[in-house]
Every structure is written in C-alpha cells, then in structure tokens.
Design a protein around this ligand. Structure first.
Ligand code: FEO
Length: 393
C-alpha cells in the first residue's frame, strides 16, 4: 500500500468508493471517498472510520502501519454510517482504544451499535495530548448531524472537519495540488448545494468560530474527497460566499412538460432572458438528476420553474423538486413560475402561493397558458423572461 501522509506521523487510511452513484437522493457521478486518518505519536489514534462494506480494507490499512492493540483512541467526528460504519468493528479489534465523541454521538450510537461501546465524551475546548500532537475538539452540531464535531491538531495546524469542506469525488489523487481545480471546486460546490445548503446559517457561525479561535489552517482534511493542503483558504472563502447565498448573475429554467407546451413557454422565457444579455440555461426535470438541478439553482440568481397541471395539481416531478427546495431553503433568489393547463385555470397560481408561503421571493405573476401557447402567448412569455432578467441585473 502506498503511504499517504497528510502531516508528520499522520496517514490517510480511508477508502475510495469508486462506484457510489447515489447519496441522499442525488446522483454522485464521480463516486466518493471515506477519509480516515491514523496519528502515530506516543499515543496512537484513528480519526473517523469508513462505510461498513469497506471495513476489512480499512482495518488492513491501519494494520500495515501499526499494531491494532497499540491504538489508544478512535475519534468519531460524526455518527452517519458513511463515517461511523466501521467504528464498532474497529473498537472490537483495538482492545485498549476509547472512542472519543460528542454526547449526541454517544446517545445516537446506542441505536446503531448497542450500549456497550467503550466511549468517552468530549466537548468544545477539550484537549488530549498524544505526545507531539494535541487533540483539540470543536463541537459542530448539525454540520451535518447533531452529533458532528471537528478535530484540530494545533501543532501541525491540521483541521479534520468531517463532512465540512468535503466533496463526493473518487480519485486516485488525495490533495488539492494534484486534482484538477475546476472539477474539485465544482464537486465541492455541488456537495455544498445538495448537502450543506440548508445549514448555511450554522456554517457562517462555524466560520466565525474558526476566526474567533484563531485557528491556523495549514491543512483541511475532510472526510470526503480531496484534502486541502495547497490552498485551504480557497475552500474557506468559497464556504463564506456560498453560506451568504452569493450567486451568479444568471438564470436557470427548470421544467417538466406533458405534450411540449410548458417546454415551449420555457424556451420563449429563455429567449427573453437572453435579450437582456443575462446568461440562462434550461434543464428538463425528466433528463436531469436532482443534484444537477439543485446545483444549477444554487448558482443562479433567477430561477423559473415550469410545470403543466395534472389532475388539479402541478406535475409530480415539480412537486418532488419543491420537496427538495423546501428542505434546502436556497437564499437570495428571484423565483418565477410558468406552465400550461388543460381545463382548470389557476392550478399553478395556487402552487405559486405555496412556494411564496415557504418564503421564496416571486415578484412576477405566474405565467400560464391553456394548451399550446399561441403567437401572442409566446411573445408574452418572451417579455416575461425579459422582466425576470431585469430583476437580477
Ligand atoms: Fe458524510 Fe453526514 O456524512
């Protein structure tokens, strides 16, 4: 096994999940990794584990570097099974190891692993000396579960923040100076948009806490994807922008269509947006994964949603998207709604009211046509697009 070091005496012992293609309802086209770390100091410590099916590979990696009966601590920064999936098995084969975790982790772990794990609760500010390194803990509730915490090694300025700053990106490269930057940043953004977006207020607090604690960040070693050692500040700055809801001056049109009428309206709206020199893209709900859609919405300032009516309700794919959006709570967007109906006018405006009640800003009236839009309606759709574009210029 090639030894990958992220610091002095600190090894990457994670695994690569090349073929992961779904996570929390989103497609993960580039797979993922479950990063775990081994600290070999006077006291020895494993930071995080991996998803259960990879337990043997993970434990074998640790065994190549040190004897399991010499491990003193297993830190579990997060209980979600992609990181804690191997914790019980690892504890079994490391007879003297204590599992260090938050109180919420310990409570939750009883439901996953039973009450007999050798746990020790840690809190923000607790320090455990290993020798040359000192384990320092920062509780980070809801990043991404209530139990989450970060582990920091002040002597080497290494932060292990688990889900934060990660990406679903399986690659043989481990560091940001090796991976292609556009792909890395795109995956980091996609991860933020689909997983962390609703937690933006907490992310801002966490970033403020890092500043307040004056944590120096030489390396940020998340639990998914690439480790930031060349430019850790780049991802911290990006998180600051993303958590503040900064988006591009562009529009996106997301639609589903039954017989093509809603699609025609969407394309006309796009023409109007282009007339105003605002970049726009069109994504069909049928052809695109929710992760692509959510990421496109995250990047844009204006979002036009289009759906036909079906049985007095909007088309189901749009309702499904709205379920994602309600949970993700995108910030600082201008929303618009359009579509066609067959016999009952008003279905979409009703849906529009529901969207607005969620707190989404929708300044333009809902654009709806009966059946296929005629020439006048196409012209009106184009003007609707122009109006929408002007709202974000
Ligand atoms: Fe990567 Fe919240 O687990």
């Amino acid at each position: 096994m090639e030894k990958v070091m992220i610091g002095e005496g600190i090894y990457w012992v994670g695994v690569i999940d090349w073929n992961l293609r779904e996570f929390h309802g989103y497609r993960t086209g580039r797979g993922s990794t479950y990063n775990a770390y081994l600290i070999l100091d006077e006291k020895k410590c494993v930071v995080d584990t991996v998803k259960a099916p990879f337990t043997s590979e993970f434990i074998a990696k640790i065994k190549e570097l040190t004897a399991l009966d010499g491990i003193d601590y297993i830190i579990s920064n997060h209980l979600e099974p992609d990181h804690a999936g191997a914790v019980a098995e690892l504890a079994k084969v490391c007879p003297k190891a204590k599992i260090l975790a938050t109180g919420q982790w310990i409570e939750g772990a009883k439901k996953y692993f039973g009450p007999d794990l050798p746990v020790q609760q840690v809190r923000t500010g607790d320090k455990i000396p290993l020798g040359k390194n000192t384990l320092t803990f920062i509780e980070a509730p809801m990043l991404h579960w209530p139990d989450s915490m970060f582990t920091y090694l002040p002597e080497q300025e290494i932060l292990m923040p688990n889900d934060a700053f990660g990406q679903h990106y399986a690659t043989s490269q481990r560091f940001d100076d090796q991976a292609p930057e556009p792909v890395l940043m795109e995956e980091a953004l996609r991860y933020y948009a689909t997983i962390l977006q609703p937690l933006s207020p907490l992310i801002l607090k966490m970033l403020a806490k890092i500043t307040e604690m004056q944590l120096k960040l030489k390396v940020i070693a998340p639990s998914h994807g690439i480790i930031w050692r060349k430019a850790p500040g780049k991802i911290v700055d990006a998180y600051q922008r993303w958590a503040n809801g900064e988006a591009n001056q562009e529009a996106v049109i997301i639609y589903d269509t039954m017989w093509g009428s809603t699609e025609i309206i969407g394309r006309k709206i796009a023409e109007g947006i282009m007339k105003e020199n605002v970049p726009v893209s069109i994504l069909s709900l049928k052809e695109n994964d929710p992760g692509d859609i959510i990421t496109a919405i995250f990047k844009a300032k204006a979002v036009a949603l289009g759906a036909p009516a079906l049985n007095n309700l909007p088309f189901p794919e749009m309702v499904k998207l709205f379920v994602f959006l309600k949970g993700l709570k995108p910030k600082n967007k201008v929303w618009a709604l359009f579509g066609s109906y067959g016999w009952n006018k008003g279905i979409l405006p009703q849906f529009g009211e529901e969207i607005k009640a969620t707190g989404f800003q929708m300044p333009l009236p809902v654009f709806e046509t009966r059946f296929r839009p005629g020439p006048e309606e196409e012209k009106a759709a184009q003007e609707f697009g122009q109006e929408l574009a002007k709202l974000i210029k």
